[in-house]
Write a protein that binds this ligand. Sequence first.
Ligand SMILES: [Zn+2]
Length: 221
Amino acid sequence: MRTPIWQCPVNERDAIRRAYILRGQYQHVMEYTRTKLGEQYRRFKKCWFEQFSWLEYSPNKDAVPCFLFQVKKTHYPTFTVNGFRSWKRVNVGKRCALWMHVGGPTSPHNNAVQSVGVLMNGSGHIDKVMHAQTSEEVNKNRLRLKDTIESIRWLCLQGCALRGHDESSSFDNQGNLMEMIKLMGKMNVNINNVVLEKAPRNEKYTSPDIQKIFCIFLLRE
Ligand SMILES: [Zn+2]
């Protein structure tokens, strides 16, 4: 149900990835669907979450990992778009489909895992090398992201609209989300120092696309 990364605006993909990462894997424990595969009924097992920390279970589609760094729809559709659900191919020794998906040190999966580390620690990535992020900047980004997410969470919970009629900074009332972010800033100087006009141009985390995506994953909780 998530918006695929390749459908997100290029400039906002990293922010959206960080939000998904902070939100954590979707590892809901529930009564999983039983499917008849050959002679036997099989289903997803919750112990696979411990074995494969990256694994997610989609109640609509089943396991959908390796989602964050796919930039084309056609790459590895089993694990990104369609969902993997051949349960009898899990934990069958060397041929275990989940281990095969993980693959060797330079596999697409392991490259994605590495990219998560780079994205969250802000070093090593090619555009981060050109603009080396200090740990202070990383902390600022996280605080700003958290502020946006918590504001959206509260507004969604209260059934309030996020957006106003006019969100330009010259307008007195910029809508619930912007006003909430401003209010948080008034109460906490650390937040005030990182949000809205204090934020770097592409990392304000307040565009309509980002709001929509954050809403979708907060509403699943
Ligand atoms: Zn993967």
